[in-house]
Design a protein around this ligand. Structure first.
Ligand SMILES: Cc1ncc(COP(=O)(O)O)c(C=O)c1O
Length: 426
């Protein structure tokens, strides 16, 4: 028995399913999870000292790769002065200033501890500002594990074939409408019927939690237009996309300004951190200035803020983004050329440093309905093949893989070779 297997056996006795987040279990891909004890750059090492080139990157936060020296020294320095004070601290001020400098529409920032918390606060704020209760989301988008957002949600629910979660009362989801991604007509229909009840439309501006699905031209523009016309607030959930494609928000790249933005993942550089950002008028509705309550014992934590500041400043300084985009494209091109030549039902969707290998011939995929037609069994075999060859992909067909600043062309070439070796046997 391997050390990872021994750890998993122990974990299963005291942790439900052996995992602290369902997406970490290998139930969708078979086998037992590997236990990672160390990471450096693009590589991770398991409890049995196997080395993997990591494309999961802690599900997105590690744009600089594992244990980047700038981030580690910032965290160490902050930790030496104390882990938490429950008071105001200088790091949170610098963090908020930095987000505002990098994201023009983020005039004010409130820090929390996770993406889930950021979304919960964003939507309460939207409801508080509008005095309305309905929320519109999109099928296959995931916005954390708050009760009312587990409706047609992507990520772990999709991976584990759970249409919804037990324990969520009807009343919690009664005010949430989920509609297909990239379908402007369906959204127009919803607004036509109940536009005056809708507090917010929340969207992953590039969808990642059903695998990579990019917005079609005009989709996000229509969201902006419909929200403005009907007095609803547009929430861009940039927990994945924030600082992923450049040292700023995706909103800046696509030229659409949301009313509220949520951040997480890269903004915390691997530490638990989320943030809500908007203009002053909206943000001043939050307590203690306004009547929308939000709080947190560890919110604005100095060590997490230090990790975020160091990560964002290093990304800004290095600008690794063009190189990351090239690497994702090289990988996708390699797979797609081979698949076309051999007429295989597989294609790799890539966008600026993120990618998903979809086991279906249809491309591009537009929404959850189409994504769900993928052959998850073949994906599982592909995942196991790649793991065995030393490449750690995100363990689900319905997730993203991430290129970091630490990945090299040689690593991408060897990952392509390993992938093609699998495809050749399909
Ligand atoms: C777009 C998006 N929003 C929110 C969340 C929830 O973030 P967290 O897992 O930090 O609670 C996630 C997590 O993957 C996400 O991808």
């Amino acid at each position: 028995m391997t050390e990872s297997q021994k750890l998993f056996q122990r974990a299963c006795k005291h942790i439900p399913g052996g995992v602290n987040s369902p997406v970490r279990a290998f139930r969708a891909v078979g086998g037992d999870p590997v236990y990672i004890k160390r990471g450096s750059g693009a590589r991770i090492y398991d409890a049995d000292d196997n080395e993997y080139i990591d494309f999961c990157g802690s599900w997105g936060p590690l744009a600089l790769g594992h244990a980047h020296p700038d981030v580690v020294s910032a965290v160490t320095a902050a930790a030496e002065n104390g882990l938490s004070f429950g008071t105001c601290n200088p790091y949170e001020v610098e963090f908020a200033e930095l987000i505002s400098a990098l994201v023009p529409h983020a005039e004010m920032v409130r820090m929390v501890n996770s993406g889930t918390e950021a979304v919960m606060t964003a939507l309460r704020l939207a409801r508080g500002c509008t005095g309305r209760s309905r929320i519109v989301k999109f099928d296959g988008c995931y916005h954390g594990h708050a009760d009312y957002l587990l409706v047609s949600a992507g990520s772990g629910l999709l991976t584990n074939s759970m249409p919804a979660s037990l324990g969520v009362p009807e009343s919690a989801v009664a005010e949430v409408i989920s509609t297909p991604y990239n379908d402007v007509a369906a959204l127009e229909n919803i607004f036509q019927k109940e536009g005056d009840k809708i507090a917010a439309v929340i969207v992953e501006p590039v969808a990642g939690n059903m695998g990579l699905v990019v917005p079609e031209p005009g989709f996000l523009e229509a969201l902006r237009q419909l929200c403005s016309k009907h007095g609803a607030l547009l929430v861009f959930d940039e927990v994945i996309t924030g600082f992923r494609f450049h040292a700023g928000a995706y909103a800046t790249l696509c030229g659409i300004t949301p009313d509220i933005t949520t951040f997480g993942k890269i903004a915390g550089g691997g530490m638990p951190l989320g943030a809500i950002a908007a203009n002053k008028r909206i943000m001043e509705q939050l307590a203690p200035l306004g009547q929308v309550y939000q709080a947190g014992t560890l919110s604005g934590n100095p060590v997490a803020a230090a990790a975020g500041i160091a990560t964002l400043n290093t990304l800004r300084r290095l600008n690794p983004y063009p190189a990351m985009a090239v690497l994702a494209n090289v990988f996708a091109d390699n797979i797609n050329c081979f698949a076309t030549e051999k007429q295989l039902n597989v294609h790799c969707a890539a966008y600026k440093g993120i990618f998903t290998v979809f086991f279906t011939g249809n491309s591009p995929l537009r929404n959850l309905e189409e994504v769900k037609r993928c052959d998850t069994e073949t994906f599982a075999a592909f995942f196991r093949h790649m793991l065995q060859r030393g490449f750690y992909l995100s363990p689900s067909q319905f997730e993203l893989n991430f290129i970091s600043a630490a990945h090299t062309r040689e690593e991408i070439d060897s990952a392509s070779e390993a992938a093609i070796e699998f495809l050749a046997k399909m």
